[in-house]
Design a protein around this ligand. Structure first.
Ligand code: NAP
Length: 236
């Protein structure tokens, strides 16, 4: 029997990059993984890949900026599965490369909407299922930019500093229900994010983040790892 047999895991930003790797890993550990992103064809391709490997997945194309789509997702999960064991709030965007005074309000809204408001909406929608079960893991993918200043990326940094504050605060709200809320804060990961994947071999690989998620969701009941900071082993 696999470690996560019978569990339901929801992964946002599953279409590519870190989310894709995390989804494959959780499925290989036995969870039924609900894949969330906008790109239907990528989600369906990943669902197929997981199933060919003997795992289980569902494709849930939606835009995380649309609060009603998140409510519908949660209603469907409640009706079909009646549980949610793992939520990985991974989807994120960064408009990086300009000082704040040149950042457009539209770009600001998309960054804060995707990186901070969407995790709030996902927790609002799915935490009640975890509370009812008296167990669960919520993992928010933050960034080292949520700890450090990021010149020409103030909006992105603000979203991740905010996500860290949300994570640590919600962890206190939910820990009495047996729910652990954690942040994973990577440095540069070899994905399409931001500057893209060119010369990315020195970077952290998406599978390295998947390893950390696997560790977080299989902690002993006594332990609560509240945050993991992940740096590339060497600089470019
Ligand atoms: P990525 O390859 O660009 O993937 C981002 C994912 O988010 C995609 O699956 C994308 O799918 C989804 N997404 C974006 N906007 C969405 C929306 N409105 N609704 C639904 N899904 C949306 O990025 P990544 O590198 O894997 O990053 C994942 C997380 O790690 C992000 O939170 C990022 O901030 C964080 N992070 C990344 C790095 C890095 O160096 N790569 C470093 C530190 C932290 P669709 O486009 O199909 O919607």
């Amino acid at each position: 029997m696999a470690e996560l047999d019978g569990q339901i895991a929801v992964v946002t930003g599953a279409a590519r990059g870190i989310g894709k790797s995390v989804s494959k890993r959780l499925a290989a550990m036995g969870a039924l993984v609900l894949l969330v992103a906008r790109d239907v064809s990528r989600l369906n391709a990943l669902k197929g890949e997981i199933e060919v490997s003997g795992g289980q997945a569902e494709s849930h194309p939606l835009d995380l900026l649309d609060g009603s789509a998140i409510t519908s997702l949660a209603d469907g999960i409640r009706q079909r599965h009646g549980r949610c064991d793992i939520l990985v709030n991974n989807a994120g965007v960064g408009f990086i490369g300009k000082p704040l005074h040149e950042t457009t309000p539209d770009n600001w809204d998309v960054m804060l909407g995707t990186n901070l408001r969407a995790p709030y909406l996902m927790i609002r929608a799915l935490a009640p299922l975890m509370i009812a079960a008296g167990r669960g893991h919520i993992i928010n993918i933050s960034s080292l930019a949520g700890h450090n200043p990021l010149k020409n990326g103030a909006g992105y940094a603000a979203s991740k500093w905010g996500l860290n504050g949300l994570t640590y605060s919600v962890a206190e709200e939910l820990r009495d229900y047996g729910i652990r809320v954690s942040a994973v804060a990577p440095g540069s990961v070899n994905t399409d994010f931001g500057q893209g994947a060119k010369d990315g071999n020195w970077k952290i690989q998406p599978a390295d983040i998947a390893n950390i998620i696997a560790m977080l969701v299989t902690q002993s009941p006594q332990s609560f790892v509240s945050e993991v900071l992940v740096r590339p082993a060497r600089k470019p």
